[in-house]
Write a protein that binds this ligand. Structure first.
Ligand SMILES: Cc1cc2nc3c(=O)[nH]c(=O)nc-3n(C[C@H](O)[C@H](O)[C@H](O)COP(=O)(O)OP(=O)(O)OC[C@H]3O[C@@H](n4cnc5c(N)ncnc54)[C@H](O)[C@@H]3O)c2cc1C
Ligand SMILES: Cc1cc2nc3c(=O)[nH]c(=O)nc-3n(C[C@H](O)[C@H](O)[C@H](O)COP(=O)(O)O)c2cc1C
Length: 598
């Protein structure tokens, strides 16, 4: 029996059942839910297809569109929750990712809900760059009869808070859509606001012409094996933890091999989410500032009571800093230096960015002691800290090559919650599991046409997904060529997966490898320099239809690579600056310039 087919106790004659089995096997989970509602609509209309079909189909055509723009999955998950709630209320609803939406779909929606996160410095998620250009440009859709509402996800530690949500809200209104709900700008703890917004969104949509039955009412919903997800992680075993840089390298980089059976049916381009535990040394340093509170003392935060040690070890961020705690500590300590860090001017924003990259909660408590009489009690401190978030890692393997394993390439961060936890568990004699889940990254995929060439730019740990790409293309016999740009500081100590790349070159799985070791000579050389040096070939590959992928550092590498690509287009294609920008935007819009940067 296929995954989507029906169990035996269904009141249908064998022929009808076989037909239904056949039909169901072709549908995605979303298609199955829609069909369930559609068929229920027919049943409620007394089985009279014509009227019911027409009404239900009309609801589907002029239905509700949920648009998600997400980098690390939060917006996508909230969009999915909204879809479930709307479907349960009987609405025909479709979820579409920003990478896949077009103007026609936007205009066709009677009701448009958007959930968007903000990335970089107030930028949209990578997958939404094409949509942003569309909405800001001359070809922007004009809405006539569309109602809309926007939920923005963000982090108030960033100066441009929820900028992406603000942009969509403004654009939809300016382009003629009618605002159904006030925009929500949500901070890191957004669960309660999201729940309220979903309820308000469902209430804001006009009742469907034919009320479909809530999916939950169907007792014969097929049991589909769910991916492990953020809210349902699984314990996975660490099979290997191997340092892959020399000991004198500036930073340890570790190759991990984890078990990945049921619930981890990943594709090249996907990431693994890992729930960390905070380092015990940092937990102890933070607890030491809570005037003698014991780690097993129960403390209430929000709706929950847990031992202090559990809050600090498993529930809240203490290795990463955020504005609410820093503002409170600046106030309690009276330290001018800390006050300057949380100052809301543009200069303050730059100071904050630099500061959070180099310190954690324990460091701040120690360096900027509170004034007498302003000591923290445990509940106050916990309230100022943020919930612990999982860390994402690009998957560095293809299931076609490694079977039920997931490989990761992780740079160790000093006192890093996840990188430290993985290393500690990976090298422990017993209990070497971590809580993990699959984070799909559907906008970062190999070309569907295996004869297309791919160009991969992945310095440092950015090379991880390209190990997966090369494995996959090798295993599936893809005929397109593969070109990798890799960079690190030193050839001798930091050439990640050197032997594998050399073998891949030898056996034809990799066609070209260009290397940039920045500190092996007086003049620093980076991957973007190699791109410029190889401009003629690069242009020729791209003109021939190659897809271009960039992974790794978002702050410096990705913008520098972008600038180098514009130079290549100007130099080789004879394009003016604006035309080169339009060319690169078009490459992104047609999913031939894809980035996964962090
Ligand atoms: C989509 C995506 C894919 C990713 N893929 C990979 C990957 O393949 N390999 C990989 O190694 N990482 C990857 N990352 C980064 C990863 O998710 C973590 O951010 C990183 O491992 C640090 O997490 P941590 O819990 O160990 O450190 P944290 O506990 O988050 O940080 C501890 C301290 O170190 C500082 N810090 C954080 N990150 C860094 C850093 N990179 N360098 C220096 N200091 C830092 C912080 O400011 C903090 O003070 C990816 C991120 C995303 C969003
Ligand atoms: C690298 C990075 C940059 C971010 N930049 C911003 C920002 O400029 N403004 C903001 O409000 N939030 C910012 N955020 C916070 C995200 O918007 C927030 O974590 C959101 O929940 C992510 O949702 P997603 O998983 O759907 O991408 C940033 C997060 C990351 C990881």
């Amino acid at each position: 029996m296929s995954q989507n087919s029906l169990p035996a106790a269904v009141p249908l004659d064998p022929e009808a059942r076989a037909a239904l089995d056949h039909f169901a096997a072709r549908l995605s989970p979303a298609g199955l839910w829609w069909a369930a509602g559609y068929l229920a609509g027919l049943a409620q209309a007394g089985g009279a297809p014509a009227g019911a079909v027409a009404a239900t189909a009309a609801a589907a055509e002029a239905g509700v569109l949920v648009l998600t723009a997400s980098q690390t999955g939060n917006a996508r998950r909230l969009g999915e929750k909204l879809r479930e709630a709307l479907a349960a209320a009987g609405h025909a609803v479709k979820v579409v990712a920003a990478a896949d939406v077009n103007a026609k779909q936007l205009i066709a929606a009677r009701t448009l809900f958007a959930v968007a996160s903000t990335q970089g410095e107030g930028e949209p998620p990578d997958e939404a760059r094409g949509l942003w250009e569309l909405l800001a440009g001359r070809k922007a859709p004009k809405f006539a009869d569309t109602g809309f509402a926007v939920f923005g996800l963000g982090d108030s530690s960033y100066p441009l808070f929820c900028e992406a949500g603000k942009f969509l809200d403004e654009r939809f209104a300016t382009l003629g859509a009618k605002r159904l709900l006030d925009r929500v700008d949500s901070d890191v703890e957004y669960a309660d606001e999201a729940e309220a917004w979903v309820a308000a969104a469902v209430a804001a949509v006009p009742a469907p012409a034919v009320r479909a039955v809530a999916p939950a009412a169907f007792s014969f919903a097929p049991a589909v094996v769910r991916d492990a997800d953020k809210d349902h992680p699984r314990e996975v075993g660490i099979l290997a933890a191997q340092r892959i840089v020399a000991h004198q390298a500036d930073r340890a980089v570790v190759h991990y091999e984890l078990e990945a059976g049921e619930g981890f049916a990943y594709e090249p381009g996907d990431s693994l989410g890992v729930w960390p535990l905070n380092p015990t040394a940092v937990v102890a340093r933070v607890a030491a500032h809570l005037s003698g509170a014991a780690l097993d003392a129960p403390v209430v935060r929000g709706k929950h009571e847990r031992p202090l040690g559990e809050w600090l070890g498993e529930q809240l961020e203490i290795t990463r800093l955020a504005r609410p705690f820093l503002e409170a500590q600046a106030e309690r300590s009276g330290a001018a230096e800390l006050a300057a860090v949380v100052d809301k001017s543009p200069a303050g924003a730059a100071r904050l960015q630099a500061f959070v990259a180099t310190a954690n909660v324990a460091d701040v408590l120690e360096r900027f002691p509170v004034q007498a009489g302003r000591e923290w009690n445990a509940a106050e401190l916990l309230a100022a800290l943020r919930p612990l978030a999982p860390r994402l890692y690009s998957i560095a393997s293809s299931r076609a090559a490694v079977g039920e394993e997931v490989h990761l390439t992780i740079a160790s961060v000093d006192n890093g919650a996840a990188s430290g936890h993985l290393w500690q568990r990976g090298t422990a004699a017993n209990g070497n599991t971590v809580r993990a889940y699959l984070e799909r990254n559907t906008h970062f995929r190999l070309p569907a046409d295996a004869s297309q060439d791919v160009i991969m730019i992945g310095p440092g740990t950015g090379v991880a997904p390209f190990r997966a790409f090369v494995q996959e293309r090798g295993e599936t016999g893809a005929s397109g060529r593969n070109w990798l740009f890799f960079g690190a500081r030193h050839f001798d100590t930091e050439f990640l997966y050197q032997l594998e790349w050399q073998q891949a070159l030898k056996d034809g799985r990799l066609n070209r490898l260009d290397l940039a070791f920045s500190r092996d000579q007086v003049r620093k050389i980076y991957v973007q320099d190699r791109l410029r040096e190889q401009a003629a070939d690069l242009w020729s590959w791209l003109q021939g239809g190659a897809s271009l992928y960039v992974c790794g550092d978002a702050t410096r590498m990705a913008p520098d690579v972008h600038a180098a690509l514009l130079d290549v287009a100007q130099q080789q294609g004879g394009l003016e600056v604006e035309a080169a920008e339009a060319w690169l935007a078009e490459l992104a819009a047609t999913k031939r310039y894809l980035r996964d940067v962090y």
